[in-house]
Structures are given as C-alpha cells and as structure tokens.
Design a protein around this ligand. Structure first.
Ligand code: ZN
Length: 135
C-alpha cells in the first residue's frame, strides 16, 4: 500500500454555516463550497490547507454517523484521511494483515473520491479513512 499524504482531517460540526466562520474568517482559509452525500447522511465542506484539507461534516439526519458521533463525543475531529494510490489494493493488504475494516469495498465520497474506513478498534481509537482521487 502506498500512502501519499494526509488528504484531509474530518471535523464533525453541528452546523457548517456556523462552524465555517472560524476556518474562513479567523484562519483565512478558502471555502470551496459544500456537498451533500445522501448515502452517508452528511454534508461536507472543504477548506484547502497547503497539500491537505480541512473537511467539516454536518449530519443531514439524526441517525447519521456524524450525528451519532457528536451525540457521543461532541463536536471535534472525527476522522483522519490518508490519500492512497489505490484503495482496493490497500484494503486487500489490510485485510490480509487481519485489520478490521468498516468498508470491505470502497464507496463514493465527496468530490467523487473512492473512500473506505478502517475500524477504530483496529487503530487505537482513531477513525481512519483511505481516499483515492483521480485528480
Ligand atoms: Zn473524510
């Protein structure tokens, strides 16, 4: 598996509208617009930082994964995403190493990325996302 960089940090917020003020007005990061991924019951907003990005996540439903995360732990960093060359290959390698996965096959994330999550129990409590982008 080849990890290229930290692609983004996923941060759970109650509201992107309210949450984005800190990142744009205080830190001066550009706001690249938001996108809803209905299958994951989430709206995402990306703020580029050098080679990586900050991703704000707002739940679109009370039973969505981001809503459940906030209910348990409050707002804050929810996951860390690594850019990989090939998600399927990375998943096969992790599976062979006995790593517990949330996604055995990649799904479609924001921006058309192929993404897959590892189980936090396999990573000492960190929700890790693998992410492959063509662009
Ligand atoms: Zn993410």
């Amino acid at each position: 598996m080849k990890i290229l960089k930290i692609d983004h940090l996923g941060i759970a917020v109650d509201s992107i509208d309210q949450g984005k003020a800190f990142w744009t007005e205080v830190l001066g990061l550009p706001f690249e617009g938001s996108e809803t991924v209905e299958a994951q019951k989430v709206t995402t907003a990306f703020f580029p930082v050098g080679e990586s990005e900050v991703e704000l996540l707002e739940s679109t439903a009370p039973d969505g994964p981001v809503a459940k995360y906030i209910e348990k732990r409050g707002q804050g960093i929810q996951h860390i995403a690594f850019r990989v060359e090939n998600v399927e290959e990375a998943l096969a390698e992790l599976k062979a190493k006995g790593v517990r996965l949330i996604d055995e096959v990649p799904r479609l994330g924001a921006g058309g990325a192929k993404i897959a999550f590892l189980h936090p129990k396999a990573t000492n409590g960190v929700l890790v996302e693998l992410c492959e982008r063509s662009g």
